[in-house]
Design a protein. Structure first.
Lengths: 114, 198
């Protein structure tokens, strides 16, 4: 048996040994491989998972600040501002203000006729 | 949809999902041989599995972004490094056990350091192994009796099919050393096995 034949036989024997690994060992190798590959994470999801709690908290703080600021502004608003809100809230009054020119003209006509 | 992937400990270095699949295929291809190489080296299934897992982690962590053709020598370099670590750890353990008087052989003498003389953890020599085991087991047992560097050179060159240059990379030594270790390994194994194989 020359060296090449010897090495070829050795290679085949080693291949046979690795092909005959038991299921438990193969399973462990598979688990090891998956665990190693799990180190590779999608950038997007890593960023998302890291930033969701931070951005959520920041948004909550911002909304609370705006709400408190606006509440104070509304409470402290001057009368015309409150009047404007009442006008806007009352649909009939709104129509009256929309046609105010017409009513003023009617009043003028009545006065001049009288 | 294709995502961008990053390596956990190397921010900024990206590899694609295809890279992940490529790594999966590569590791699937080498894991059995790597396990057998580690098992032959340390003589223990559990330790061998740990060594292979550490090597897989090392490759993915450090070299996932390197070209795929570089993975084989790099992976075996990590594997051989883990095997050497295992021997160093055992050497320290042996020294302490010996110092504490807990590790003696049958004659009451201190046991020889496994790292230096290597590697059969069961204390067999090639002729004894060959005489006692079936042909299928002969080679593995004979390889276990080789000094560690010869064992590495033989398995990486003959079984894994690495070039002399890649084997030198994996073994962290010169190509000349690889040739010497390999030549001695083949010579020893042929002497031990050829008679039984013909």
């Amino acid at each position: 048996m020359n060296e090449d034949e010897f090495l070829d036989k050795a290679r085949k024997q080693l291949d046979n040994k690795s092909d005959q690994l038991d299921a438990a060992t193969l399973s462990r190798l598979n688990q090891a491989r998956q665990a190693a590959l799990a180190q590779l994470k999608p950038q997007q999801s890593r960023l998302k998972s890291r930033w969701i709690p931070v951005s959520g908290l920041a948004a909550a703080v911002l909304l609370t600040s705006v709400f408190l600021f606006k509440s104070e502004e509304i409470i402290n608003a001057s009368d015309p501002g409150v009047d404007e809100i009442e006008i806007l809230a009352a649909r009939d009054n709104l129509e009256l203000y929309e046609q105010l020119d017409f009513y003023l003209w009617l009043i003028e006509e009545d006065s001049s006729a009288g | 949809m294709q995502h961008d992937w990053v390596i956990g400990k190397q921010p900024g270095k990206e590899c694609t999902l295809d890279k992940s699949r490529e790594l999966d295929q590569f590791l699937s291809k080498v894991e059995r041989r790597a396990f057998k190489i580690a098992e032959i080296a340390v003589g223990n299934r559990e330790e061998a599995l740990d060594i292979v897992q550490d090597s897989m982690f090392g490759l993915v962590q450090k070299y996932a972004n390197r070209p795929a053709e570089e993975w084989t020598p790099l992976f075996y370099r990590i594997l051989q490094s883990r095997i050497r670590d295992w021997y160093r750890k055992n050497k320290v353990r042996s020294r302490w056990m010996s110092w504490l008087g807990l590790r003696k052989n049958d004659d009451g003498d201190e046991m020889e350091d496994a790292l230096e003389s290597l590697p059969d953890p069961h204390g067999r020599d090639p002729s004894q192994s060959v005489a006692n085991e079936h042909s299928m087991e002969d080679l593995e047992l004979a390889i276990r009796t080789l000094p560690g560097r010869q064992q590495q050179a033989f398995l990486l060159r003959t079984w894994e099919g690495l070039s002399v240059a890649d084997t030198a990379t994996a073994m962290k030594c010169s190509q000349g050393s690889v040739k010497t270790h390999y030549s001695r390994a083949v010579h020893t194994l042929r002497e031990a096995l050829e008679e039984h194989w013909t």
